[in-house]
Design a protein around this ligand. Structure first.
Ligand SMILES: C=C(OP(=O)(O)O)C(=O)O
Ligand SMILES: [Mg+2]
Length: 427
């Protein structure tokens, strides 16, 4: 059968931060071929599947991935060769069972995910279909709102800028994805000018957003509103703001340490700050507003703001159905962030999205702060119809490749494409 897996080969490559990561190639008997690159986070959740690093300090300071590469080339290849690439579920289950640990500690989620992605792409190639069409079927036509991270802080700016990690803009009022991309790029360049004119640095963080040193976190909101207006758009109607404070990164002994402002606050005070911002700013989406195990805080946040904001759990849920199920039962959020490498297979990622949909929750697909030029998540977003994705600033090749792939998909869909717009957000 022409979709049988014939060859699997992994190698070590570099990601956008200059750290090693896994790249996997898969060939099928009929000649189909695909390659996939595995991303890597910096503000990783403690409940994520394991990213296997060598720990050998003589190479890349211990960050090499030769062990993960070896697992792909040996045990995983031996088990998967001869399997049908069209049966993604069976391929992913075989790797999960062979690994046999709860968090993929044996092979590493980086090894398993590279194979999972490359097998899907090889199957799409064998079917002569674009990846989004292979994964999503004939009805997949929903183009996402791009969430551009234009101001970086926290771990993504070496803790030298804002405490909050990501300030994103979302062009909800655009008529289509191509225009949304243009609006986002124009606001990004407008922010550069606003920062330059204000005497701030225009150096960038890990995801390509500017990383100025500011006195208060809310200064970032004011600067972004100015940038939206100066670019000729209406804050709120055309372009809204989304935040990912990644607050697990500054949660210490039960309090949130806002270092730049010199104050430590509790969950209720954080919720009050977000409520105030929701009144003052065109602010619609809040990811990881509270820390990954602060379930009581999240419940309060959802009670207070769940009707106004899309509250997205990233470190809280780590794309893991058990944690998402708990979130649904405890009414702790109304949306989930979706990162393939937090869980380690395509099959489990799709299950996480379906669980969220079943609860009428939103799902936002996401890149990692360490990326390759692989644009798998662009296709995945359209395939699953999530309506929004975040993949950094509209600059830096590893980020724009995802946005550019969405341009190609929108062109391919032609009149069938539907831009999700404001409806993307569940509140
Ligand atoms: C993309 C993110 O960052 P990282 O990849 O560093 O976890 C995030 O926190 O949403
Ligand atoms: Mg996050």
């Amino acid at each position: 059968m022409y979709t049988k897996i014939e060859r699997i080969h992994a190698r070590e490559i570099l990601d956008s931060r200059g750290n090693p990561t896994v790249e996997v190639e898969v060939s099928l008997v009929g000649g189909a071929f695909a390659r996939a690159g595995v991303p890597s986070g910096a503000s990783t959740g403690v409940h994520e599947a394991l990213e296997l690093r060598d720990g050998d300090k003589s190479r890349y300071g211990g960050k090499g991935v030769k062990k993960a590469v070896g697992h792909v080339n040996n045990e995983i290849a031996a088990a998967l060769i001869g399997m049908d690439a069209l049966d993604q579920g069976a391929v992913d289950r075989a790797m999960i069972e062979l690994d046999g640990t709860p968090h993929k500690e044996k092979f590493g989620a980086n090894a398993i995910l590279g194979v999972s992605m490359a097998v899907a792409r090889a199957a799409a190639d064998a079917c002569d279909l674009p990846l989004f069409r292979y994964l999503g079927g004939a009805a997949a036509n929903r183009m996402p709102v791009p969430m551009f991270n234009i101001l970086n802080g926290g771990a993504h700016a070496n803790w030298q800028g804002t405490d909050l990690q990501e300030f994103m803009i979302a062009p909800v009022g655009a008529p289509n994805f191509a225009e949304a991309l243009r609006w986002g790029s124009e606001v990004y360049h407008s922010l550069k000018k606003v920062l330059k004119d204000g005497g701030y640095s225009t150096g960038v963080g890990d995801e390509g957003g500017f990383a100025p040193v500011l006195k208060r976190n809310s200064d970032a909101m004011d600067l972004i509103v100015q940038a939206i207006e100066k670019a000729g758009y209406r804050p709120g109607d055309d372009v809204v703001i989304a935040l990912d404070p990644a607050s697990s990164g500054f949660y210490e002994d039960g309090l949130y340490n806002l270092r730049t402002e010199g104050r430590k606050v509790d969950a209720a005070e954080m919720v009050a700050m977000y409520a105030d911002w929701a009144k003052k700013y065109p602010f619609l989406v809040l990811e990881d507003g509270l820390a990954e195990d602060d379930w009581e805080g999240w419940k309060l946040l959802n009670r207070e703001l769940g009707g106004k904001l899309e509250l997205v759990g990233d470190d809280l849920f780590v794309t893991n159905v058990e944690r998402i199920q708990r979130g649904i039962e405890e009414n702790a959020a109304n949306a989930v962030l979706i990162k393939l490498n937090q869980i380690g297979t395509l099959t489990e990622t799709v299950a996480a999205v379906q669980l969220a949909y079943g609860a009428n929750w939103g799902a936002m697909v996401s890149h990692r702060s360490g990326e390759t030029v692989d644009s798998f998540i662009a296709d995945l977003t359209v395939a699953l119809g999530t309506g929004h994705l975040k993949t950094g600033a509209p600059c830096r090749a590893e980020r724009v490749e995802k946005y550019n792939q969405l341009m190609r998909i929108e062109e391919y869909l032609g009149a069938s494409a539907v831009y999700a717009g404001r409806k993307a957000f569940v509140r």
